[in-house]
Every structure is written in C-alpha cells, then in structure tokens.
Ligand binder design. Structure first.
Ligand SMILES: [Zn+2]
Length: 300
C-alpha cells in the first residue's frame, strides 16, 4: 500500500530543448535522473504535453508521485505558480503552470524560477548545506542567480529578486535585451563568448586558450569580467559562499584559485576573510533537484 511516507517527489527543470527530471524520496535521496525533449519551440501546449508524458511514464512503472515541482527560466510568480515570461519560451505570457498541473495531474505542484530551484538544491542537499548566506550563479546561455540571505531564499517584492546576470559591470557597455547596458551576462555567459567567436562553443574556447592567442584573450577578458562581477556581488551581499554552476563553469576549473585570490584581493577585508567560492555539487541537475524540494520550502 502507498502511504504519504513512501510517495516520491518529482522535480522538472523545463529548458529550451530538454526537460530534466529527477525523482527523490522523502529523505532527499536521489532515485533517478533523466532527460526528455521539452518541445519548447512548438509552444506551451507541447511543453505541457511533454510534462504530462514524463509523469504518465513514471506512474506506469508503478511509482506513486506525491509532489511535482517545476523550475523554469524567467519571471515566475511562485505563490501563484504563474510563468509571467521566459527567455526560453517567447510565446509564454502568464502561463499558470501550477493550476494546469494540479488539475491535469491531480498532484500538488509548485513552480519557481530555475535558478531559485538550483539554489534550493545546493542549499538543502549540496555544497551549500548549513550555509546561511549563499549566492548561486549559473553561467549558461545567460547568467541565472539565486540568493539565500540570513537563512531564507530571497525572492524580492515580485519574485524577480536575485537576477544577478543583470547588474551592470560596464555603464557604457553592451546593450542587453533586458533594457540595460553592460549587464554581467553580456560578458560572462556562453552567448557572450559565442558572440565573439561564433564557430566555437564556450567549452572549446576555454580548451583552446592554452594554445590559441584569440581564445586566450577571450578567456582572460572573461575571467577579468567574472572577477569584477563577483567582487560586486560579494561586497553587496557579504555571503559565506558563492557557488558557480552552469555549463560555462566547467571551463573555470583550472582558474578557480586565481579567481578566489583576485576576488579576495578586491573585496572588503571582512568579506574576504569569510568568503568561499566553489563549484556547485549537482551541476546541470540542480534545477530539477531543487524543483523536487519546492514543496518543503513553501514557508521559507
Ligand atoms: Zn540585462
């Protein structure tokens, strides 16, 4: 017999091309992780069909789901479960995923910003466990940000807080689709690197930096801008820990000691003394893992 204590939790991170899904048990043990196409380019109804397909597949295997958490890039009203808009889904305007999911799946559902979900995963199960002041940056196509301040996930007045990709590091810098100039993510994301050398991926640019002058120049610029951004974030929030995640962060591993040193040399001394900078534990699965934990965090 299924009881509430053995119902599993399903976390879904809906991206532009893939839905990342994880199943975790009530104690936070990760049972399974898998990907499936999101079909986001076909519109919201196709994404909903993909979500439905994931849940039905799990149910058919006899696994009983007690909670579904959904993470999604963009502006999300987590109280109502509404995706106001999302950079991954241009056609999405005020899509109420929570209401749709609860009516269709008949399972309690929460919806939140994907970077908030990633932050929750690291805070509750990963490198950020026991940390009261945590900043998470996901360096991917853009830059996502999440904040835990004084032991609470910080969402801001409208749920848009923590958009750390959109503070300016160059007041006369590159125009950003958000309307501002010189936003952090215009300089320290995969798309920023792609704009400089279109035929190489960010991974290839980092790999070739030891032998190719142009790649080295780009990586040096990237690291300089990243350090400037991290110093600003550290001085504003005085965090215990900054975690770096997202696909681009893989290229930063050989540079982590110089990043730590450079940031510590520039921030306020008290901040420097306490601050740690590290990589995330769960990498690209952190959004889905955190989504599965959203039900625990209603009151955080
Ligand atoms: Zn911006």
């Amino acid at each position: 017999m299924t009881t509430s204590s053995n119902l599993i939790r399903c976390g879904l991170d809906i991206g532009g091309t893939q839905i990342k899904a994880v199943l975790i048990d009530q104690s936070g043990y990760i049972l399974e992780e898998f990907d499936t196409p999101s079909n986001a380019h076909l519109g919201p109804d196709h994404v909903k069909a993909s979500v439905l397909n994931v849940i039905e597949t799990i149910k058919k295997r006899g696994q009983a789901i007690g909670f579904v958490g959904i993470g999604c890039a963009g502006s999300v009203d987590s109280d109502l479960g509404i995706v106001r808009n999302s950079p991954n889904f241009s056609a999405w305007k005020n899509i109420n995923l929570k209401t749709w999911a609860e009516q269709t799946l008949r399972i309690p559902t929460c919806v939140d910003n994907d970077a908030n979900c990633a932050t929750i995963a690291e805070w509750k199960l990963g490198k950020g466990r026991g940390i009261s002041n945590l900043v998470l940056l996901t360096l991917g196509t853009g830059i996502g940000g999440g904040l835990v301040l004084q032991n609470r996930l910080y969402r801001g007045a409208t749920g848009t807080g923590g958009e750390l990709g959109h503070f300016s590091i160059n007041t006369r810098g590159i125009e950003c689709p958000c309307g501002s100039l010189g936003c952090f993510e215009r300089y320290c994301s995969a798309s920023a690197l792609k704009n400089k050398i279109s035929d190489l991926s960010s991974r290839e640019i980092f790999e070739r930096a030891t032998t190719d002058f142009n790649c080295k120049k780009l990586v040096d610029e990237f690291l300089h801008n990243l350090q400037i951004g991290l110093v600003g974030i550290a001085n504003v929030f005085d965090p215990d820990l900054i975690l770096l995640g997202g696909g681009v962060s893989k290229g930063l591993h050989p540079h982590i000691e110089s990043i730590r040193l450079s940031v510590k040399n520039r921030v306020f001394p008290a901040v420097a003394e306490n601050l740690k900078i590290d990589f995330t534990q769960f990498g690209n699965n952190s959004g889905a893992i955190g989504a599965a934990l959203l039900g625990d965090l209603k009151h955080y």
